[in-house]
Ligand binder design. Structure first.
Ligand SMILES: [Zn+2]
Ligand SMILES: [Zn+2]
Length: 285
């Protein structure tokens, strides 16, 4: 069985409003593409920072600009008007662990994706607030990123670590963007602290096709990172991080080839924050 657990029902633009996208018609469009691509299990995971309640956790200016919708209305809509699993993409906010735990524990999510989009106040994947404009070396940014990923894994807040090597987003292996390069040499030395934490925490790790749609044009995570996860016994969740219906299950052929190469034959399925593994099985198309 195939899953797509990292779905957004709308683009990240501020003008993509909840009332236009949290609709049964829109979900039907996502479901139609999933059916075509043989994906049975879907879950929605809107960004936590688009909800007013997130400001109880963190008050970064980007969050203040985005926090417009009601989290409980989202949960209620997904539970009562859809057959999607109810998830959320929650940022790891160092120092805000207790406040984030309260926000998450008060709602009956099926699963929580943990993401690192910021290193302290600085963004990894946006031009605004960019950590890449602060004069740090790529080595320093990568080191801090994977240390933060390790903290996120150990925090106990999350069921799945989303796009686990997001820090590579701007840097194709064939370097065409020298402004935001990846560090030279074997990246595994950066991965190690995160893998150790993943092994200890028993958290699932996401394989995401969204990197193929970013400047890096690679799956998240790198094959060597995924091999280390397999050695550490980490269960794997499969997702597209689609923000529009046509990207549901996008490029799953490539993701499935990667999973097969590293010897993964089962995917995580979640219900009310309980995890089980289902065989990928024969895949159509
Ligand atoms: Zn994300
Ligand atoms: Zn996402």
């Amino acid at each position: 069985m195939l899953t797509d657990y990292h779905l957004h029902l709308r683009p990240d633009d501020l003008d993509a409003r909840a009332r236009d996208h949290f609709t049964e018609d829109n979900i039907a469009r996502y479901r139609a593409v999933a059916d075509e691509r043989g994906i049975a299990e879907l879950g929605v995971s809107e960004h936590v920072y688009r909800f007013e309640q997130a400001l109880d956790v963190w008050r970064h200016p980007f969050w203040q600009e985005n926090a417009r919708d009601d989290l409980d209305a989202y949960c209620e809509f997904v539970r009562s008007r859809s057959d999607l699993r109810l998830g959320i993409e929650a940022d790891f906010v160092p120092g805000g662990e207790d406040r984030m735990a309260n926000l998450l524990d008060e709602r009956d999510f099926d699963y929580v994706l943990g993401s690192i989009h910021f290193l302290r106040e600085d963004s990894i994947d946006m031009d605004d607030y960019s950590v890449w404009d602060r004069g740090h070396s790529p080595q320093e940014i990568w080191r801090r990123y994977f240390q933060t990923l390790a903290e996120a894994a150990r925090s106990g807040l999350f069921d799945i670590l989303a796009h686990p090597d997001l820090v590579k987003i701007w840097s194709p292996a064939d370097p065409t963007n020298p402004e935001r390069p990846r560090p030279e040499g074997d990246p595994r030395r950066y991965y190690e602290p995160a893998i150790e934490a993943i092994a200890e925490a028993g958290i699932a790790v996401e394989v995401s096709t969204s990197g193929l749609r970013k400047p890096v044009r690679e799956l998240y995570p790198a094959e060597s990172f995924l091999e280390m996860c397999v050695d550490a016994g980490a269960p794997i969740a499969l997702s597209s991080d689609a923000h529009r219906p046509e990207d549901v299950g996008a490029d799953y052929v490539q993701a499935l080839e990667l999973l097969d190469r590293v010897g993964i034959g089962e995917l995580c399925v979640f219900e009310r924050r309980t995890r089980r593994l289902e065989p990928i099985g024969a895949v159509v198309g």
